[in-house]
Design a protein around this ligand. Structure first.
Ligand SMILES: *Cc1c(COP(=O)(O)O)cnc(C)c1O
Length: 463
C-alpha cells in the first residue's frame, strides 16, 4: 500500500483514503506519495484513456480501493456521459509541430473537471464505505466552484457550500454554479471580494468546534487526488506523440502550479517530457525560474482570471524536491515566505530548477494578439488562458525538437468577452450548456459576516 507524507515532515505516514479526505496536512504541508512507481510505457501504447488512467492511478489507491471498484469509477468518470469526446482529453493538431491538448470536454468546459469529476466519485465511494457524511466548504473566484459542484452533485454523503463574491464572477461562471438544482448543493453570494470569501473559509477551518461539528472538508487544488488525476493526460498524449522515442514539450498555463506539477509527476514516473511554465502578468512563478527568488507582489486582474494568483499553492510540492526532500529546510523556507513575502534558493538549486522547467509570460495584449493570429491563420478559437501557453509555444517552437503541446485549459465560450475583443466573434456555448441562460438560478445572498455564514451552513446541511 502506498504511503503519503507531508512536505513539512509532521505526523505519521498516511493512506490514500486519509489524504483524500484531509486535503491539507495538519502541519500545514501538502501530501506527497513516498514513491512514484515506474510506468511500463511500451505496454500502455495504443491503450484507451480509461485503461491508461487505471494503470497510472491504481498504484496510489491500492489497498484503499478495490481494483474492480476503481475501474468502474474511472469508467464512469471519463466515459462519454461525462466527457463529451471519445478520447476524453484529445490532442488537436494546430499547425506545424504544434498541438493543442483540449481539456474542456467536461461538464464545466474547463480543465478542473478532469480532476474534480474523479474527486467527487472517490469521496462518494470512501464515505459510503465508512458511512460518514462530510460538509465541503469552498471559496471560488469562478472556475473551481462550478467544477467542484459538478463533481459533487451526485454524492449523497456530502453537502457542498460554495462561496463566491457577489457580482464579481462572470455570468457564465455564476450560472454554471447556481443553476444546479441538487439538494446537497448550496451557493452563497457573499457581499465582498474573493479574498473575503477565502478568508471566511479559512476562519471556518480554524474554528475547530465548528469544523468538527459539520465534519468539514475541502476539495481545493492542494488535494493530492487532483494532482493524481491530472498525471493521466500527460501520459496518454505523450505516448500518442511518440514518447519515449520522440521528444515532446508541454507548455502549461498555470497559476497554482497544479497542472504543471502533475506533468512533473508524469516525468517522475518515467515519461520523458520537457516542461515550460506559462504565466500571465501575475508572474511570481516565471520570476522564480528566472531569478531563484519568489516574491509575493499582489494580484493584478487580467483577461485570464483563473491564473490571477499571488501565491502558488502547489509549488511547495516541487520545492520539497528542489530542497533535497528536506522537510525541515522546506518548513523554514515556507515560514520565511509567510513572514516576509519572499524567499530565495541557492544558485545550484536555481540551476536545477531551470533544468526542470522553462518559464515564460504573456501580457493581456499578447494573449489577444495570439488569439487573433491563430484564428486568422487556422480558424481555431483559443480561450485567453490557452492563449498564454500558445504565445509561449510560438516563441519557442523554432528552437525546440519534436512536438510542442500547448494545454487548452478552457473552452473559448467560457470567456466570451475576451474572445470577442480579440477576434470579433462571440463563441457559442457547447450543446449541453446552450440553455444555460434560461435555467433557473438558486442561491443565497449573505453579508460578509462569519457567524451568519456559519449558521447558514449549519442549518443547510441535508442530514
Ligand atoms: C485553474 C485554471 C488554470 C490554472 O491551473 P493551475 O492548476 O493553477 O496550474 C488555468 N486555466 C484555467 C481555465 C483554469 O481554470
Amino acid at each position: 500500500m502506498m504511503n503519503f507524507i507531508s512536505t513539512r515532515g509532521g505526523g505519521e505516514p498516511k493512506t490514500f483514503e486519509d489524504v483524500l479526505l484531509a486535503g491539507l496536512a495538519p502541519d500545514g504541508g501538502l501530501y506527497l506519495p513516498t514513491e512514484f512507481p515506474a510506468l511500463d510505457l511500451a505496454a500502455l501504447k495504443g491503450k484507451s484513456y480509461t485503461e491508461i488512467a487505471h494503470a497510472v492511478m491504481y498504484p496510489f489507491v491500492e489497498g484503499c480501493i478495490d481494483a474492480d471498484d476503481f475501474r468502474a469509477i474511472i469508467k464512469e468518470t471519463y466515459g462519454s456521459d461525462t466527457f463529451r469526446h471519445k478520447d476524453t482529453v484529445p490532442l488537436h493538431p494546430l499547425k506545424d509541430n504544434l498541438y493543442i491538448l483540449e481539456q474542456f470536454y467536461g461538464p464545466t468546459i474547463a480543465f478542473k473537471d478532469v480532476a474534480l469529476q474523479l474527486l467527487g466519485r472517490l469521496f462518494q465511494h470512501v464515505l459510503s464505505k465508512r458511512n460518514e457524511h462530510v460538509t465541503i466548504v469552498g471559496a471560488t473566484s469562478g472556475d473551481t466552484g462550478s467544477a467542484a459542484i459538478e463533481g459533487c452533485l451526485h454524492c449523497d454523503h456530502l453537502d457542498i457550500f460554495i462561496l463566491h463574491p457577489k457580482d464579481r464572477v462572470s455570468d457564465v461562471q455564476r450560472k454554471q454554479m447556481t443553476t444546479v438544482q441538487a439538494p446537497n448543493v448550496h451557493n452563497i453570494a457573499i457581499e465582498g471580494t474573493f479574498d473575503d470569501c477565502q478568508n471566511m473559509v479559512k476562519a471556518m477551518f480554524n474554528d475547530h468546534d465548528f469544523r468538527d461539528e459539520i465534519n468539514m472538508s475541502a476539495v481545493n487544488s492542494i488535494n493530492w487526488a487532483r494532482i493524481m488525476a491530472q498525471i493521466v493526460y500527460y501520459v496518454t498524449s505523450a505516448l500518442e506523440l511518440g514518447a519515449p522515442d520522440k521528444p515532446v514539450t508541454y507548455i502549461v498555463p498555470t497559476g497554482n502550479f497544479g497542472n504543471v506539477f502533475a506533468a512533473y509527476c508524469a516525468r517522475k514516473m518515467g515519461v520523458p517530457i520537457n516542461l515550460v511554465v506559462a504565466t500571465n502578468r501575475n508572474d511570481v512563478l516565471t520570476c522564480f525560474f528566472e531569478t531563484g527568488e519568489m516574491k509575493a507582489n499582489g494580484v493584478v486582474p487580467t483577461i485570464s482570471p483563473s491564473m490571477d494568483i499571488e501565491i502558488s499553492s502547489n509549488f511547495e510540492r516541487y520545492l520539497f524536491d528542489l530542497l533535497g526532500q528536506d522537510a525541515a529546510a522546506l518548513s523554514n523556507v515556507m515560514n520565511e515566505f509567510k513572514g516576509s513575502g519572499m524567499f530565495a534558493v541557492t544558485p545550484e538549486q536555481l540551476a536545477q530548477a531551470q533544468k526542470d522547467f522553462g518559464a515564460q509570460r504573456a501580457s493581456d495584449d499578447e494573449m489577444l494578439a495570439t488569439m487573433k493570429s491563430i484564428y486568422d491563420d487556422t480558424g481555431y478559437i483559443l480561450d485567453p488562458h490557452t492563449a498564454v501557453g500558445v504565445k509561449v509555444a510560438l516563441d519557442i517552437m523554432g528552437d525546440t525538437d519534436g512536438a510542442v503541446v500547448a494545454l487548452a485549459t478552457a473552452h473559448p465560450s467560457k470567456f466570451p468577452d475576451a474572445v470577442e475583443k480579440a477576434i470579433g466573434i462571440r463563441p457559442a456555448l457547447p450543446d449541453h450548456l446552450s440553455d444555460l441562460f434560461e435555467r433557473k438560478e438558486r442561491m443565497s445572498e449573505l453579508p460578509n459576516n462569519l457567524q451568519t455564514v456559519q449558521n447558514f451552513v449549519r442549518n443547510g446541511i441535508k442530514i
